[in-house]
Design a protein around this ligand. Structure first.
Ligand SMILES: Cc1cc2nc3c(=O)[nH]c(=O)nc-3n(C[C@H](O)[C@H](O)[C@H](O)COP(=O)(O)OP(=O)(O)OC[C@H]3O[C@@H](n4cnc5c(N)ncnc54)[C@H](O)[C@@H]3O)c2cc1C
Length: 167
């Protein structure tokens, strides 16, 4: 569970950056905007409140107005008035939103790159190439990709330390 940021160009934020590590072009992505609770539970707990007011306790109000505003008739209904079909529509928008991203921001905005020198061909004890003695690889040039959270710096520094200790 991570946050998503809506920018003027598309989606960003920790969840999206992490997902981009696993995404390949033309693949479908599914977003659950409300993973902590099922929308039907919110409606049944708040049967007398209008949907807009119930949902804004869980999601930013501007998001609710815009996103659920795609089916505007629902927002002003009370929880108990929302039909089964409308609950399914809400679930699709909030819990199972599927789309195919048109692309990423590319290298200009990338924070880490996938791929690189095969780690099987490098000693994990010294970082020295098994194919070419005297040649050392560290950091991002290797096929090691960390999630967000400092793991890439950690890898760069740790592998650098190991290599420097063994040259
Ligand atoms: C915007 C951004 C934000 C990031 N935020 C985070 C973060 O919050 N946490 C995290 O863990 N990671 C983060 N990263 C990733 C992290 O910075 C990299 O994984 C890490 O710096 C890789 O270290 P490295 O030493 O392998 O390569 P680099 O840091 O890229 O160092 C390579 C160096 O080699 C030099 N160089 C290149 N070619 C030559 C040449 N021919 N001759 C001499 N020198 C050369 C380059 O100038 C550079 O100084 C971020 C990356 C970016 C771009």
């Amino acid at each position: 569970m991570e946050n998503i940021l809506f920018t003027h160009r598309g989606l960003s934020g920790p969840a999206v950056l992490k997902a981009s590590l696993y995404w390949s072009h033309r693949e479908k992505v599914r977003i659950n905007f409300l993973p902590s609770i099922d929308v039907s539970e919110i409606l049944s707990k708040n049967s007398k409140k209008i949907v807009l007011n119930s949902l804004k306790e869980y999601l930013p109000v501007r998001f609710v107005e815009t996103w659920i505003g795609q089916i505007p008739r629902i927002l002003q209904k009370k929880g108990a008035e929302v039909s089964k079909k409308e609950i399914l529509e809400l679930k699709e928008l909030l819990h199972e939103f599927d789309f195919i991203p048109s692309g990423t921001e590319g290298y200009r905005k990338a924070e880490v790159t996938r791929g690189g020198v095969d780690t099987d061909q490098v000693s994990s004890k010294t970082m020295e190439s098994k194919l070419s003695p005297g040649l050392f690889f560290i950091g991002e040039v290797l096929d090691v990709t960390g999630l967000l959270g400092g793991y890439n710096f950690q890898w760069a520094w740790s592998s650098g330390y190991v290599a420097a200790s063994n040259v």
